[in-house]
Design a protein. Structure first.
Length: 343
């Protein structure tokens, strides 16, 4: 039995309308798992495969939310949660140790539609800091909650608190011991201690996960989560929970999540600076990201990188280190996963 010409025409028209809709309705996601001294020689083939697989899982998980018509905020949460649950990355289960041998976690999220934001800092008993940051944004009159207060809020929201030692991992503990060995030699004076801390390799000062996304409704979102800095002291808080430094999103410009030496990202307001260059100087996200990461930060010793998405679904992933765990996907771009700076 031959297919009627009318049915063939209708089918072709439907396919055409779908392709036009796809072209007119961009959606995209990008993720990172931290930047730093990430060199291929330090990976076994098995390790590299495992890292790539987890990055791919995270970006595909977030992309699925977008593909099914979900919101960018939900896609960001979904992708970051995958990374928080992995011991490979410095967030959630893979969080580094403080100087005192515990874990203090930070996170933030921002909605590009209205610049609503939520953040938590220095939490010790929260399995998914990014999910708690979302609750702060949605159910609190505040933007950032810290420490015990953040955990009291979490309990009110029905979040179960967990033991801090559930974040323990052997590789992170070994890193702490090495860092403390270097730092304890300089305990004589505060000035000497500061000098010793500055002299620590950058990998002790970096490590974050994050995601940025654009949904089919044209809304941008960004989120970042971290275990902070190895051997950090005195309740140190980095850029990850600081809106404008480690996380920023607005529909009129772009969405950014940062990873790197947080003190520099705070001082130079990195995430919002990139979006401001896009908004007020009419720069592309590639231009703005390169200017800030390589033009502003690199000359002063600020190491790290960012992931950026704009309202058209363009993606940029600049960094000034030897590597950055990263992945991206859009309705016009196949899944991309990268680790080293030559790919």
């Amino acid at each position: 039995m031959k297919t009627p010409l009318l049915a063939i025409f209708a089918s072709s028209l439907f396919a055409l309308s779908n392709s036009v809709l796809a072209a007119e309705t961009p959606f995209a996601i990008a993720i990172h798992g931290g930047a730093g001294t990430i060199e291929k020689a330090r990976f076994t083939p098995t390790q590299e495969k495992q890292y790539r697989a987890k990055l791919s899982e995270a970006v595909e998980t977030g992309y699925k939310v977008l593909y099914q018509g979900g919101e960018s905020l939900d896609a960001v949460i979904a992708a970051i949660t995958v990374l928080e649950q992995s011991p490979y990355f410095n967030a959630g289960r893979g969080a580094v140790y403080t100087y005192d041998g515990g874990h203090e976690l930070d996170a933030s999220i921002m909605d590009g539609r209205n610049r609503e934001a939520g953040a938590v800092a220095g939490v010790k008993h929260i399995e998914s800091p990014i999910k708690l940051a979302r609750l702060v944004m949605d159910n609190s009159v505040h933007v950032m909650l810290s420490g015990q207060g953040a955990e009291e809020f979490a309990k009110e929201q029905g979040v179960e608190l967990i033991e801090n030692n559930l974040f323990d991992t052997e590789p992170r503990y070994k890193a702490l011991l090495k860092a403390k060995q270097k730092l304890d030699k300089a305990k004589a004076t505060s000035k000497e201690y500061q000098a010793a801390h500055k002299a620590l390799p950058n990998n002790y000062k970096m490590g974050t996960v994050g995601a940025v996304a654009l949904d089919k409704s044209g809304n941008l979102a960004a989120g970042t989560s971290t275990g902070g800095m190895t051997a950090k002291r005195y309740g140190r808080v980095g850029d990850a929970p600081v809106i404008g430094a480690g996380t920023f999103a607005e529909n009129e410009s772009c969405a950014v999540s940062a990873t790197g030496h947080g003190e520099y990202f705070i001082r130079y307001n990195v995430a919002s600076d990139i979006c401001a260059r896009v908004k007020y100087q009419d720069k592309t996200i590639a231009e703005a990201g390169d200017e800030v990461i390589n033009g502003v930060l690199k000359p002063i010793g600020g190491t790290g990188g960012v992931i950026i998405i704009d309202a058209k679904g363009n993606i940029s992933l600049p960094f000034n280190t030897s590597g950055m765990y990263r992945a991206s996907k859009s309705n016009t771009q196949a899944t991309y996963v990268g680790i080293f700076n030559d790919e």
